[in-house]
Each structure stands twice: as C-alpha cells, then as structure tokens.
Design a protein around this ligand. Structure first.
Ligand SMILES: *Cc1c(COP(=O)(O)O)cnc(C)c1O
Length: 363
C-alpha cells in the first residue's frame, strides 16, 4: 500500500463493499439477474472441449509497428477475405471474434432475437445483456429445425434477428436446407446463418444465396480452423447493412497482431486446408470407433466435434477428466449428452481407449 494512501486496509475493504452495493443497485436489472458466463479453465492433458482445431499455425515473423494504432478498417485482411469468399470488401465487417459481431448485430438492430435451441449460447447471452427479448425455439427430435414451430414463432414475434448455426453447435448437423429457405422468405427481419463450422461440412456455403435473399447475412470465424487465439470473426452481407453495423463497431476492434497473423496464415492457406482435411478424416475414425462402444449413441457430425449420448453422462465426464481428458458436458442443454472435439490422431486414439475401458468391452 502506498504510504500516502488515505485509508487503512480495513477501511478500504469496507469502502469497497459499499461501492459494490451501490454498483449492484445501479446495475440494470437484466444484467443483475444474469449469471456470469463461465469460461473456467479446467486443467487437463487432452483438451477436447472447446471445438478448437488441434493444430496451430506458425505463419512466420511479425513486422508490426507496435507504436502505431492498427488499421481501423483492417482493409488488407478484409480485402483478402473478400477475394477468397468472392464478395466485395464492402460486404465484410470484422469482429473481435464472431462473438463481437453478434454484439454489434444486436446492438444495431435490437430484438426480438430468435434462435433454435440448443445452439451456440452467445446469441441468447448477448441479447439478454442488451435487454432484448429472446425467442428460443426447441429443435425437433432429430435435432433439426422444427419448421412448424419456427414459422409460428416468426409470425407471432416478428423477430428483428434470427440466428441459425449450420452446422449447429452443439449438435453437429446442418439444418434442413428447405426449412432455412422458408425462414428466409418468411422473415421480415435479418437472418444470420452462422457458418462457424462450414469448413468442416460437406454442404457448400450459403454465401451465394445472398444474391437471392437480401435479408441473409453469413457469419464466419477463424477460431475453429486453428486461429482461435487471434479473435477474428466476420460477417458477410449487403453493403448497406454492413455500413450500419460499422457505426457501432469500435474503431480498433481487431488488433494489429491479429490482422497481421491472420493475413499471413490465410495467404499460406495450404496449411489450414491440410489441417481441416486431417480433422475430417479423424472425425470419421472417431465416429466409427465410438459406434462400437457399449451404450454410446453417436450423432453424425458436419463439424469438428461429435455429440454423444450415453447413460450417466456426468459420471463419464468426470471419469474422463480423471484420465486427464476434458470434453464438454452438455447435460444442461441435452439430456445425457457430451460434446467431444476432434483432436490430434493420438488424442482421439486416447479418448477411444479410455471410453472402451470405462464402458466395458466393445460390442
Ligand atoms: C465458436 C462459435 C462461434 C464463436 O466464434 P468466435 O469467432 O471465436 O467468437 C460462433 N458461432 C458458433 C456456432 C460457434 O460454435
């Protein structure tokens, strides 16, 4: 403590407590009610819980002028992405991860915000943070969009924003194509198709559909293909909408190191492509391996993770962790389900043998 500090430690603590009370009372009710998003780091040897790619990329040396602000428009990176995706630079806005893009969308457009559940949790969390109404619509028994329930909810709530994650996290499937088109036709609001996992999917991107539906915006991220540390997400859409969103974006939201590293990694795209192919091959091997283990139901996946259902999922989660293997406990959203991210071949082999051992003999 600085000797000139006017309070004793004791009084400082009392003071801090009072301040917290004042802050609590002043906090908007919708924020006060929220539980903080838990991003706890559980120590483990084999990390298969967060849908990260198992390989990082080493794209060469940095030459960043650290005394200068980054390019506020990230022009070079946006230009490169635009060329790769065959759209204009004015059709792309970047976020500090696609999480931030979601923030910008809900800030600019407001709610109601409609999404099927279970899905990526940030749509709901960010809407609540911004005190916007949410309309969660349960998926059907096949974990696909419930077309009737979606239609009904769109008509009743007239959402300003609809988020469709396809492939969906945590279920791993692409949503029925015709139902997505129907939603685009029916909705008077903006429909975001979140293609975070598209690079792992057999279905092509919906980006070309933007020519037919002016309310379609497509979200992408570099996080699931080996660049999660950089925090770069993007939204692709009509230039007028992108320009509106640009008004709520803070100028330097993607830092200079991330801009530079993302560009270097994308220019040397071969490595990213190679790693994606490896994960897809491993997904098939893990899927087949899981199918042979007692009492595990495996859902087909178009993403870099596999959802499984099993009896006593929570116990299984804990037993894997005792073996140093961390997977994602999905039981609060999907009864008895765990989500396993595809790891390196040796990690996938390890989780397969751990599961075989825990679950008893193979079928
Ligand atoms: C992981 C994930 C994101 C978030 O990506 P960031 O760019 O890392 O913020 C967005 N959407 C879905 C469906 C995800 O699973």
């Amino acid at each position: 403590m600085h000797p000139n500090f006017p309070f004793s430690v004791h009084w400082t603590l009392v003071f801090v407590k009072l301040m917290i009370q004042v802050f609590n009372e002043l906090t908007r009710p919708n924020i006060r009610q929220m539980k903080p998003y838990s991003a706890v780091e559980i120590p483990c040897r084999v990390k298969l819980d967060a849908n990260e790619a198992p390989y990082g990329l080493v794209p060469g040396l940095l030459e960043v002028e650290t005394n200068r602000y980054p390019d506020p428009e990230a022009r070079e990176l946006r230009h490169h992405l635009a060329q790769t995706l065959n759209v204009g630079t004015e059709n792309i806005i970047l976020g500090n991860g696609s999480d931030e893009v979601i923030y910008h969308l809900i800030t600019a457009l407001g709610g109601p915000v409609l999404y099927p559940t279970p899905t990526f949790v940030m749509y709901g969390i960010i809407a609540q943070t911004l005190a916007e109404a949410t309309v969660p619509v349960p998926l059907d028994d096949n974990l696909d969009l419930n077309a009737a329930a979606m239609t009904e909810a769109i008509k009743r709530h007239n959402p300003r924003l609809i988020f469709l994650s396809s492939p969906n996290n945590p279920t791993g499937n692409n949503f029925d194509y015709e139902t997505m088109l129907e939603i685009l036709r029916l909705s008077r609001g903006i429909v975001i198709i979140d293609e975070a996992y598209q690079p792992y999917s057999t279905r092509p991107s919906v980006i070309p559909l933007m020519a037919r539906y002016n309310n379609l915006y497509v979200m992408r991220t570099l996080s699931k293909v080996g660049l999660a540390a950089l925090r770069v997400g993007l939204l692709i859409g009509a230039a007028d909408g992108i320009a509106e969103l640009n008004k709520v974006r803070l100028p330097y939201n993607v830092n200079a190191l991330s801009q530079r590293l993302a560009l270097a990694a994308l220019r040397d795209g071969g490595l990213i492509e190679h790693n994606i192919k490896t994960v897809i091959t491993e997904r098939q091997r893990l899927f087949e391996g899981l199918a042979h283990i007692n009492n595990i139901t495996t859902y087909p996946s178009e993403a870099n993770f596999i959802l499984i259902k099993t009896n006593n999922a929570k116990t299984l989660h804990q037993r894997l962790l005792k073996n140093g293997i961390l997977v994602k406990d999905m039981t609060s959203a999907l009864e008895d389900c765990l989500r396993i991210t595809i790891g390196k071949p040796e990690e996938n082999t390890e989780i397969l043998s751990a599961l075989e051992e825990i679950k008893g003999a193979k079928l």
